[in-house]
Design a protein around this ligand. Structure first.
Ligand code: HEM
Ligand SMILES: *[C@@H]1O[C@H](CO)[C@@H](O)[C@H](O)[C@H]1NC(C)=O
Length: 496
């Protein structure tokens, strides 16, 4: 009998604990959907039957237009979702000081994940500022320009690879991953990763492992998201020891080779070597900087390029128009110069339109550091210190009040300076915005647009029947925007 009572008491306390915050938003007069015990408003965080993005869609679509901010519950934690670009701009830019950290910052343990320990994305406050400042100079226009010929080499290898296998069909994501792994290895280490030559290129395989979220990672993410006080005890470890060792060794070998052969190259490693001298970095810290570039650099961009190719394959009118622009601007080798690449406006619009429809990172978040008010058209919410503010990137990108006919791939919507306008308003935020905006944005734009130009110049692309796009469905086992079944494309050689 006592036993049953204890069990009952236990169940009741767990229930009370899990639903403790369920009236958090009601008490503050902020609209919020009804939450379910255990799941909150994001059941797929736990069930993973579907990608969590679909849970967020539901909340966004229900409340958009009725309120500028909506409260919701992630398992048991209240979070605030922003629904108006103006308010997004407040958080990302105007009130940056109160929102300079993201919730990923306490998630990892630098001891277990030394490769992520220098990555600004996982750092906060002063440390974030310092590491971000260390890396920023590596991405100036001049440095990018020095890297551009390395990218062109990889482009030629990719075009040849496609030509040699022209009767095959390609999964755009895998093809683009080969490309970005080669580019990034070249730009960081000056190493040819041989993705287009080897059957199972080692760096590509390690890159795959670096980012492949295991069930354990999902479970831990679920725990720390649901019970933030456990962040002190439960640390998410993203990279395995094997992967760490591989990249540290790779960097050491490259360093040694450079020193022995007195090689001077103005690439990313060179920047880190300069840093070592100035700041007394040890080898792990150096490896961490280079691996940050690798992790951040290849996967997001390859997803972006793959989706852009898919949309171009589906929309022949746009593809032909883009090809015209590219062909006008090519040199004898079928390549576009660094300066010209940055001037081609239709290419820019096509890529951003693909980023709008398929942003690789579908949301971002900020942690509130000091209690602050947000206001929009007379409606006000007080955001408490510690509150997680959720920015629904992909939902805003499909909001018909912001983008007319959002399901249509229509780069012309960005004609006449509208692209800048949308970005400045924080309505189009595939790279975030403000002081924590994506650090590699310019690099990402460079490598992605260069690939699109080279491909449409050399090939006509169409969607292969294998693509499961009726409709495209997000893979629930990935964090990023990855579609189930892949994006399969046919390539036809153009006489150029
Ligand atoms: C198309 C490709 C890419 C997309 C869509 C993308 C997207 C993003 C987004 C949404 C954020 C969060 C921004 C925010 O919360 O305001 C971010 C942060 C970041 N990205 Fe990217 N990214 C891309 C490529 C890259 C590349 C190539 C690099 C490095 C070489 C990079 C390095 C970073 C870093 C270091 C941060 C953290 C910045 C900070 O917290 O201070 N990203 N990115
Ligand atoms: C794609 O290629 C396959 C075989 O290579 C072919 O059967 C199919 O018809 C092609 N599809 C399109 C849309 O061109």
């Amino acid at each position: 009998m006592i036993f049953i009572l204890i069990i009952l008491a236990l169940i009741v306390s767990v229930y009370i604990y899990l639903t403790w915050n369920f009236d958090y938003w009601q008490k503050r007069n902020v609209p919020a959907p009804k939450a379910t015990p255990f799941f909150g408003n994001t059941p797929n965080n736990f069930l993973r039957k579907q990608h969590v993005t679909y849970d967020i869609d539901k909340i966004y679509n229900e409340f958009k237009g009725k309120t500028p901010f909506v409260g919701f519950i992630q398992t048991r934690e209240p979070q605030l979702m922003l629904l108006e670009p103006e308010v997004v701009k407040d958080v990302l830019i105007r009130k940056f000081n109160a929102f300079r950290n993201n919730p990923f910052t306490d998630m990892i343990d630098p001891k277990n994940d030394p490769l992520f320990a220098q990555n600004p994305f996982f750092l906060k406050d002063e440390e974030w500022k310092e590491k971000r400042a260390e890396i920023t100079p590596a991405f100036t226009i001049n440095r990018l320009k020095v890297l551009y010929p390395l990218i062109q080499d990889v482009l030629l290898r990719m075009v040849k690879y496609i030509q040699d296998k022209i009767d095959d069909t390609f999964d755009a994501r895998e093809l683009c991953a080969k490309y970005t792994v080669d580019v990034v290895s070249n730009c960081i280490f000056g190493i040819d990763a041989q993705s287009f030559v080897k059957e199972k290129p080692e760096i590509r395989e390690m890159g795959r492992k670096l980012f492949a979220p295991s069930t354990l990672i999902f479970v831990k993410m679920f725990i720390v998201n649901s019970f933030p006080f456990l962040k002190k005890f439960v640390k998410v470890q993203f990279s395995t020891f094997e992967v760490q060792q591989f990249f540290v060794d790779l960097m050491k070998q490259t360093l040694k080779y450079r020193e022995e052969n007195k090689i001077q190259r103005e690439d990313f490693l060179d920047h880190v070597i300069q840093l070592r001298k100035k700041k007394n970095l040890d080898e792990t810290a150096m490896a961490s900087h280079t691996i940050s570039f690798f992790t951040d650099g290849f996967e997001t961009s390859s997803i972006a390029i793959a989706h852009a190719l898919y949309e171009l394959a589906k929309n022949k009118r746009v593809q032909n128009k883009l090809r015209e622009e590219v062909n006008k601007n090519c040199d004898g080798n079928g390549l576009v110069s660094f300066e010209t690449l940055n001037e081609m406006s239709y290419l820019d619009q096509c890529f951003y339109e693909a980023l709008r429809m398929h942003p690789p990172a579908m949301f971002t978040s900020r942690i509130c550091d000091e209690t602050v008010d947000l206001e929009f058209e007379g409606k006000k919410v007080t955001v408490d210190k510690g509150m997680n503010v959720f920015l629904p990137i992909i939902q805003m990108h499909y909001d018909p009040e912001i983008f007319l006919e959002p399901n249509k791939f229509h780069p012309e919507r960005f004609d006449d300076g509208e692209l800048k306008n949308y970005r400045d308003r924080c309505a189009l935020i595939p790279f975030g915005n403000g002081g924590r905006q994506c650090l590699g944005m310019k690099f990402a734009l460079m490598q992605s647009k260069a690939a699109l130009a080279a491909i449409v110049h050399n090939f006509e692309i169409s969607v292969n029947e294998k693509t499961q796009d009726n409709p495209l469905v997000l893979d629930p086992n990935e964090f990023l925007n990855i579609k189930i079944g892949g994006l399969w494309l046919n390539f036809t050689r153009l006489s150029v």
